[in-house]
Design a protein around this ligand. Structure first.
Ligand code: TA6
Length: 295
């Protein structure tokens, strides 16, 4: 693994050892900053004018072979347990170190690209040859693009997600717009298909895969007077999740019994009915774009 420091750009891209236990890249652009762990190519936080916009568990740690609770886990090359209950949930690249392959800075933005390639040792998990490259761009918002290349000689199906944990003032103050009229698969009721009417609000556990035009979603937090505009491309599904009390207790790494009140996941995905088939030599791009707005 090459030394990431050669991709440092003074004042824009710096590499440092995180107190969470691994190497992170600090991207800086004007009033915005973003921390990206090389472990899992995991965006740990995104701040704008000193405000943290992503939620990270207070007990989150960077440990080989383990995921990080919060920020933006990269779920690849499958979402949830799509590959079967005997395989790691959300794929196997969020628990491994990725390699830094590129950095860039201009007056408009700063970006970092990280890459991971499947190995022969992965064949039992994933009998194909592919790589994934995540480009994180910090400009007048935060953009993440996950590019998959099929490097092998057989097609494979891909499901994936940028599993973003947004920080909110309190889940009672939160509504999610932009999904009205779109069907969702309700994981809490055997993935029953249901129509969404109006905004999504939270009065208990929510775990839904919205399938359709999910390219313009708006997270509204009346408590912080903030909106996050969530755009996407290469995606026809979005996951909305809040674990609420019981699942928070079962997860055990959220940091406190009521931690669910300060977060909501809105995930740009290819999940549910939205499955990608990638032919040999083909590539696919999943992009999420976030902008901060006021209410
Ligand atoms: O994206 C929602 C979800 O699939 C939930 O069902 C829950 O399992 C969440 O992901 C977290 O999964 P993780 O494997 O990170 O604990």
């Amino acid at each position: 693994m090459s030394d990431p420091a050669r991709h440092a750009i003074p004042g824009r891209v710096a590499f440092e050892e995180s107190p969470l236990g691994g190497t992170v890249a600090r991207l800086t652009h004007g009033d915005a900053e973003c921390l990206v762990a090389l472990h899992g190519a995991h965006v740990l936080n995104w701040t704008f004018r000193g405000e943290g916009l992503l939620w990270l568990s207070p007990v989150a740690r960077i440990r080989e072979g383990k995921g990080i609770r919060g920020g933006v886990p990269v779920c690849w090359p499958w979402f949830a347990d799509t590959a079967g209950p005997d395989k790691p949930a959300h794929g196997f690249v969020r628990t491994r170190r990725w390699e830094v392959v590129r950095s860039f800075a201009s007056t408009h933005a700063v970006s970092l690209a990280l890459r991971i390639e499947t190995t022969a040792a992965d064949r039992a998990l994933f009998p194909h040859h592919a790589d994934a490259c995540l480009t994180v761009t910090l400009g007048d918002g935060l953009e993440m693009s996950l590019i998959t290349h099929n490097l092998g000689d057989s097609s494979f199906t891909l499901t994936q997600a940028l599993h973003t944990y947004f920080r909110v003032s309190d889940i009672a103050n939160v509504s999610v717009a932009g999904l009205a009229g779109i069907d969702y698969l309700d994981k809490l009721e055997g993935f029953a298909r249901k129509p969404q009417s109006g905004c999504v609000r939270f009065e208990g556990e929510v775990d839904r895969i919205y399938v359709g035009d999910t390219s313009k979603i708006e997270l509204r937090d009346a408590g912080s007077h903030r909106r996050i505009l969530i755009g996407s491309s290469g995606s026809a599904s979005a996951v909305v999740w809040n674990p609420w009390t019981e699942k928070t207790a079962r997860l055990g790494d959220m940091g406190s019994p009521d931690a669910f009140r300060q977060m909501v996941c809105i995930e740009t995905a290819n999940a549910g009915d939205d499955v990608i088939t990638l032919a040999p030599g083909a590539s696919e791009v999943l992009t999420a774009r976030y902008r901060v707005g006021g209410i």
